[in-house]
Design a protein around this ligand. Structure first.
Ligand code: SF4
Length: 391
């Protein structure tokens, strides 16, 4: 599709052309933005970052929902195959008793007295491999492994490096979320061939202090910079519906655009309020965010980060088929398979398969990154070969 569809503008014969019509100002703002979107979409190499100012992002959020969905789907089809989705499976490789105090998370050791979550030690490598094989057999192209750590320790690194290599040997893409990383740890994971590293910003810089106090926004950005510098694809998203304002959601999108390069994968989570967590209890008492505002956030993310995978993660379990269909219309093209996301429920696999059939969606194949290799010359024979790093 060459460019975006134009939304109809007022005409001389249309009574809504009257200058005292209160819709005129917003129509003219919308049309200016829609024209800009149409121009951007016809460029072969649109600038991925810094194309949209904070003001532009706010205007996108304000578009009539159908205009926003139409533009988001048009941008999506310019950069991705229509009706194709990337499917991931997520496994918790170390559950609970996390030293961080994220206010939404049942795995935080700070909330264990109220959530009663049972902490578990690291899972053995062969059990992780068995889970990865099952994920591949059921259609996942990416296997994500999450550990409830502040950061991996020195003794954890050989374990996670082994997991990356074993899972990649199955032909799956690999993703990990292990907390903060320093530059050396990011390099170790990159050398092992890790495809994606997930570290969510969660929300805006301003609202962040309402969510977590044990690590700063800048520390999160530092980890993302180490991941980016190492060559691993960046996965970083948010959680909407934690009590933040639309301004916070706008600022979060703007934060992605301030990065040297937008994340390749952007999960847009809808909060699953968990009783016993501070944010979960507050949202359960005060009511949840409208699903349509979550869909708006997906659509704006798709338009602003046109080449990124926009992922549906937590929150799908409670959504109707129609709400999930709208999320795909808004440009989401990745989701998690499986009954559980770390510790929260997820849509069941059989209902996902049925929904994919009904929507006519197909699964994308895995394209794992090769581990880093270095050429080595045999001194005796002079023969040159490739050696995989980080055994
Ligand atoms: S979200 Fe991650 S870092 Fe925060 S408490 Fe939960 S497991 Fe720990």
């Amino acid at each position: 599709m060459a460019g975006l569809l134009r939304i109809s503008e007022p005409s001389a014969s249309n009574p809504t052309d009257a200058t005292d019509n209160p819709n005129d100002l917003s129509n003219s703002l919308n049309n200016e933005l829609l024209t800009r979107l149409a121009t951007d979409a016809t460029k072969d190499e649109p600038s991925i970052t810094s194309t949209y100012s904070r003001e532009d992002i706010a205007k996108l959020f304000d578009l009539p929902l159908m205009d926003l969905l139409l533009q988001a789907q048009t941008v999506h089809r310019k950069h991705f195959a229509a009706n194709e989705v990337q499917i991931s499976t997520l496994l918790s490789i170390k559950t609970g008793n996390c030293p961080e105090d994220c206010g939404y998370c049942s795995q935080s050791g700070h909330h264990r007295d109220t959530t009663k979550l049972q902490a578990e030690k690291r899972i053995e490598v062969d059990k992780v491999i068995a889970a990865a094989k099952r994920a591949k057999a059921t259609g996942s192209s990416r296997f994500c492994m999450g550990a409830a750590w502040k950061h991996p320790s020195a003794k954890d690194m050989p374990y996670v490096v082994e997991l990356i290599k074993e899972v990649k040997a199955l032909g799956l893409e690999t993703c990990m979320t292990l907390g903060m990383l320093d530059d050396q740890q990011a390099t170790q994971l990159a050398d092992a061939g890790l495809d994606y590293y997930n570290h969510n910003l969660d929300t805006s810089r301003r609202y962040y202090e309402q969510v977590v106090s044990t690590r700063s926004y800048d520390e999160r950005l530092d980890t993302l910079a180490h991941v980016r510098d190492s060559g691993i694809n960046v996965c970083s998203g948010n959680i909407v519906g934690m009590g933040e304002s639309r301004d916070d959601r706008i600022d979060w999108v703007h934060e992605l655009l301030k990065m040297p390069k937008a994340p390749e994968s952007i999960p847009v989570n809808l909060l699953v309020p968990i009783a016993g967590t501070p944010i979960g209890d507050k949202v359960l008492a005060e009511g949840q965010l409208s699903v349509l505002e979550w869909i708006r956030t997906i659509a704006v993310t798709r338009i602003c980060c046109p080449t990124s995978y926009v992922r549906l993660s937590a929150g799908r379990e409670s959504l109707s088929d129609a709400e999930q269909a709208l999320a795909f219309m808004a440009g989401a093209n990745s989701f998690f398979y499986g009954d559980k996301l770390l510790t929260t429920g997820n849509a069941s696999q059989s209902s996902d398969n049925r929904l994919m059939r009904e929507l006519g969606l197909t699964a994308q194949y895995a394209t794992p990154r090769a581990p880093k290799q270095v050429p080595v010359m045999d001194a005796m024979s002079g023969h040159q070969s490739q050696v995989v790093l980080a055994e």
